[in-house]
Design a protein around this ligand. Structure first.
Ligand SMILES: N[C@@H](CCC(=O)N[C@@H](CS)C(=O)NCC(=O)O)C(=O)O
Length: 196
């Protein structure tokens, strides 16, 4: 049975595309233009009541939230998520750290730097500071562990990678740090991990 991937090409969508490619599960892409409001239809609301992408439908099962989708697919494929114990707990901890922390904070930092009207210094400072703190956490983790979730490549890496991959782009953390004048030299381990 083919999995339907309701998709737009943002980092959240890319997490799921990576996982589907890595596992080899059969899927088809249903593309959405979020700037056209494709995600706001009643039909999509029955798949994801939160009206955000990505989502999947696997037979009769609808799954939304990128972290939940990654876990569902890992359990279905029996790959990229240890089945029990501390290894599983570690992967799920770092997966949740991305979806609840790094992803949203990075998104807010990017939003206030790039799109908000001028004069939002408090918000810019709050979110860039938190993003910098989270990236320092990632650096420390990569100093002690080959992959973010542990010794093996996992859904935690897949969740973190798309947002960290293109650090030369304008919305990148590198750009944020340049503008703040604080430099980007502290993220070497993250860059090397991306290359892995
Ligand atoms: N926490 C959600 C975030 C999903 C999300 O923010 N999706 C964005 C695209 S990356 C979206 O659908 N935006 C359209 C909108 O806000 O209307 C997840 O991890 O899946």
């Amino acid at each position: 049975m083919m999995i339907d991937l309701h998709y737009c090409a943002t980092p959240n969508g890319q997490k799921i595309a990576i996982m589907l490619e890595e596992t080899g599960l059969a899927y088809r892409v249903i593309p959405y233009d979020i700037f056209d409001g494709d995600q706001l239809t009643a039909a999509f609301g029955r798949i994801n009541p939160n009206h955000k992408l990505p989502a999947i439908v696997d037979g009769g099962v609808a799954v939304f939230e990128s972290g939940a989708i990654l876990q569902y697919l890992a359990e279905k494929a029996g790959q990229f998520l240890p089945v029990s114990g501390s290894a599983r707990a570690s992967v799920l901890s770092w997966l949740t750290w991305q979806v609840a922390g790094l992803g949203p904070m990075g998104g807010q930092a990017s939003h206030f730097l790039r799109y908000a009207p001028a004069g939002q210094d408090y918000a810019v400072e709050r979110y860039t500071r938190e993003l910098a703190r989270l990236l320092a956490v990632l650096e420390r983790r990569l100093a002690e562990s080959l992959y973010v979730g542990g010794a093996e490549y996992s859904i935690a890496d897949m969740a973190i990678f798309p947002g960290r991959r293109c650090r030369g782009r304008s919305e990148s953390a590198a750009g944020i740090f340049r503008r703040r004048g604080t430099g980007w030299s502290g993220c070497g381990r993250g860059r090397r991990w991306c290359g892995r």
